[in-house]
Design a protein around this ligand. Structure first.
Ligand SMILES: Nc1nc2c(ncn2[C@@H]2O[C@@H]3COP(=O)(O)O[C@H]4[C@@H](O)[C@H](n5cnc6c(=O)[nH]c(N)nc65)O[C@@H]4COP(=O)(O)O[C@H]3[C@H]2O)c(=O)[nH]1
Length: 794
């Protein structure tokens, strides 16, 4: 064992106390040479302050600090502390003991008295740093190999170089100043980068101190390689800067015993929340929470923090100014080197804008832009919820479909702005009449829907719907005009009329259909009978197309008689449906379905084609002037190429246009009078005859009537009634006079009695048709009648 670097005096003795080795410090302290001590015992050198009695063995002294006197070679008696320790870690010397001798206070030698015993050169080279001694000329007197490595220089090159050249030119003045300061003030320290001969750069933390070598003033110093630390510091600074400059608000909290205290917030946080670090440092970040809001999210966060786990949450927080913002928050734990979580980093994203945008999108996806009411999508959701609720809780609810009766008329006459105003006004009125829990939706141009929840009775529902209907009825002023919207409403009650949204909607639809067929501005509840009607309607709708294709339709011809001559001058073609199962179906049942479905157009074409065929046949029989009239739907009239197609049909059958008469009802003409006028003008130009059907029921404006290029007006059947006695006679007379004044001829339909006939004759009516003379006949029977020259008897 080599004891020489040890500065304390140490003897090695065996169990009997015989000295076997000692160190230089020991020689120094006691003044013995090797020869003096060799073979001696511990007792010959140290006098222990033992209590009276037998002296303890060496082993007994182990690990006990005792005091004694070191008997020095020069006769001095030095008071010492003695520590005996068994050299158990040295397997080569079993049973040997170290005896460490420490001079007692006041007895010690100067601190570094033993230094010359140390192998300084080895120490210097073993230092974990560079070592140097510089003289006043700035040249190295002493250095270790670490310095050579850093400078990439050999030992030979070192003394010849001025130390300032070990540094970058820009750093040199500062380096010189530091060395100078060490010479003048006794010491200095600084960080600087040593530049190796081949460019290697190493950052050192230098400490130097003034010293003297004999009479030579010098500076001795060390330099600790801090390159790695510098890199780390730089990295940290970059990261710190990144956090500082991040556009995301960042908060760092310190956590201890479940408490979270804000330690740092970046400027983005300050900007976002309005709080500055100084005023919130040390507070729990939850102070920003909105009370009683997002409680579930807060619980989730607390639980994650307790488990020291990351968590993400979207919740509302309050800014300093009280404003609430949506926070997309992410919190991550930060552990120290021992893996213990000491901090949490929270990244806050203000997503208020995005949330609002999302909400706006959601609102747009679920609401009608014009009125702000729920749209079809939202209606379906709400209805489903309401029906499910009613089924589960055994309460009553209602679904009301509401159609504005005259919306098209409003749009056509007052323009789309007026139409929009009416829709918005109606929407507002419906909303006002419903509770917040109810739903008011707009699902089409003029179609509104109400979902009414939680009602005590059918009566109460009826009251509510009636109130809504009346509110819609109130007049709206537009550009000085008073518009009075009307509404047809169909109502189904759930769960009575259906336990699912689909069934309830079907029922309300049926009720609505019924309400419309009953006339305008009323409301109807769904009923089983109603269902039957609607079912029938659907059946007709499904079969009518086939009926047209499969030739199940036939025409009946009701003769028209000239009232002056009694001669049969024409006939009205009336369509019938010979249904293979149901038998003959009259047009009043299926024409409205054909109108609704658009099948009226192909059906109308067939009728004209058939009527032309009949005209051709009659002509062949010699009835040259015979006229057949057909009923025309407004839908046919609106077809752009109707006149053209009609001309083709007439040509194909070789029928003169003047033999065909087209009857259009007064109400259909007045629906869009300007368009109708244009269409009628085209037909007139073609040469066909025109007549206004059901005259007296359609509120004709006289100015229009004058302009329609029609040949006949047909007094509506309803005015004939008891024409001889009641007020209808006045109207009938007026219509006949009006027609004649407008240079039109007048025909009366539905004539059933001799009295009616007499009345018509007395008032100069031109023609008649009706059961009194004949119902509609088959083509063959009509031909027979015409050929036989049958006449109306006086
Ligand atoms: N009470 C009574 N009724 C009488 C009398 N004389 C005739 N009628 C009935 O009155 C209706 C006259 O036809 P409309 O007013 O044009 O009314 C027609 C017409 O608007 C429509 N229609 C019939 N055929 C066609 C067609 O081919 N095309 C179109 N678009 N509509 C048609 O169906 C309606 C009903 O037709 P129909 O059921 O055939 O009923 C016919 C006819 O049978 C009478 O003395 N007393």
């Amino acid at each position: 064992m080599n004891l020489s670097p040890m500065p304390l005096a140490v003897f090695v003795v065996d169990a009997a106390g015989k000295l076997s080795s000692w160190n230089k410090a020991c020689e120094k302290l006691a003044g013995y040479s090797v020869a003096d001590i060799n073979g001696g015992t511990l007792d010959s050198i140290i006098e222990f302050d033992d209590p009276p009695g037998p002296a303890p063995t060496i082993a007994q002294r182990a690990d006990i600090e005792t005091e004694g006197i070191l008997k020095c070679a020069d006769g001095r008696r030095l008071a010492v502390r003695v520590l005996v320790a068994e050299q158990s870690f040295d397997p080569d010397q079993p049973g040997t003991f170290s005896v460490i001798v420490i001079p007692r206070p006041g007895q010690a030698q100067p601190r570094y008295a033993l230094i010359q015993d140390l192998p300084v050169a080895e120490f210097i080279d073993a230092l974990p740093c560079v070592f140097y001694v510089i003289d006043q000329s700035g040249h190295l007197l002493l250095w270790n190999h670490q310095l050579e490595d850093a400078l990439e220089m050999s030992s030979e090159e070192m003394p010849t170089s001025d130390v300032q050249f070990f540094f970058d030119e820009v750093d040199r003045p500062a380096i010189l100043a530091k060395i100078l300061s060490a010479f003048e003030d006794g010491g200095s320290s600084h960080e600087a980068e040593l530049v190796g001969k081949n460019g290697k750069r190493t950052t050192f933390l230098f400490h130097c101190a003034r010293t003297s070598l004999g009479s030579l003033a010098a500076v001795v110093g060390t330099g600790l390689d801090i390159t790695a630390r510098k890199h780390a510091e730089h990295g940290l600074r970059v990261r710190e800067r990144a956090i500082y400059s991040s556009i995301n608000a960042i908060v760092i909290t310190h956590c201890e015993e479940g408490e979270h205290r804000i330690e740092y917030v970046n400027p983005a946080f300050e900007q976002l929340t309005g709080y500055e670090l100084a005023e919130i440092k040390g507070r729990d970040p939850r102070f920003m929470r909105v009370e009683n809001c997002d409680t579930h999210e807060h619980q989730r966060i607390s639980a994650a923090l307790k488990r020291k786990e990351s968590v993400r949450s979207v919740l509302r927080n309050r800014r300093k100014n009280g404003e609430i913002f949506w926070n997309d928050l992410r919190i991550d734990p930060v552990a120290n080197v021992d893996g213990e979580v000491t901090h949490f980093v929270g990244v806050i994203n203000d997503i208020t804008e995005a949330r609002h945008y999302e909400r706006r999108l959601h609102h747009m996806a679920h609401h009608d832009p014009l009125t702000g009411l729920a749209n079809r999508t939202l209606l379906h959701e709400r209805l489903k919820t309401a029906v499910d609720f009613a089924v589960k809780n055994k309460t009553l609810g209602a679904l009301a479909f509401l159609d504005l009766d005259n919306f098209k008329h409003i749009n056509d006459n007052f323009g789309h702005d007026a139409g929009d105003l009416v829709l918005r006004e109606v929407a507002g009125r419906l909303r006002e009449n419903m509770r917040d829990d109810d739903t008011v939706a707009r699902v089409g141009g003029d179609e509104f829907v109400l979902v009414i929840c939680n009602q005590p009775s059918h009566d109460r529902i009826a009251d509510l719907v009636e109130r809504a209907r009346r509110s819609v009825n109130a007049p709206i002023t537009w550009d000085g005009h008073e518009i009075r919207p009307g509404a047809s409403i169909g109502v189904s009650v759930f769960p009575d009329d259906g336990d699912s949204a689909e069934k309830v909607m079907r029922a309300a639809d049926a009720a609505m259909y019924h309400a419309k067929t009953l006339g305008k501005n009323n409301f109807q509840f769904y009923s089983a009978r109603l269902n039957q009607i609607v079912h029938e309607h659907l059946m007709l709708e499904a079969n009518l197309g086939r009926a047209i294709r499969e030739h199940e339709l036939v025409l009946g011809y009701q003769p028209k008689v000239d009232l002056k001559t009694g001669k049969v001058v024409g006939a009205e073609a009336l369509v019938r449906w010979k249904h293979p199962v149901e038998g003959t179906i009259l047009p009043d049942r299926f024409i409205p379905v054909a109108e609704e479905t658009g099948l009226i157009v192909p059906m109308g074409e067939w009728v004209i084609d058939e009527a032309c065929g009949a005209l051709k046949a009659l002509r062949a029989l010699g009835a040259e002037d015979f006229i057949i009239s057909v009923n025309l739907s407004a839908r046919q009239l609106r077809q752009r190429d109707f006149a053209e197609r009609l001309a083709h049909t007439l040509e194909r059958h070789g029928v003169e246009p003047r033999s065909l008469e087209l009857e259009v009802t007064e109400s259909q003409l007045m629906d869009q009078p300007n368009d109708a006028m244009e269409a009628l003008a085209q037909l007139k130009a073609l040469g066909v005859r025109l007549s206004i059907d059901d005259f007296g029921t359609g509120y004709s404006s006289l100015s229009y009537l004058q302009k329609f290029p029609v040949d006949f007006i047909k007094i509506d059947r309803s005015f004939l009634g008891d024409v001889v006695h009641d007020g209808h006679a006045v109207i009938t007379r007026a219509i006949i006079a009006l027609g004649h004044n407008l240079k039109m001829r007048v025909i009366a339909e539905g004539v059933e009695t001799r009295e009616q006939l007499a009345f018509l004759r007395d008032h100069d009516c031109d023609q008649m048709q009706g059961f009194y003379f004949s119902p509609a006949l088959s083509q063959e029977t009509l031909q027979e009648m015409v050929c036989s020259g049958a006449r109306l008897q006086d």
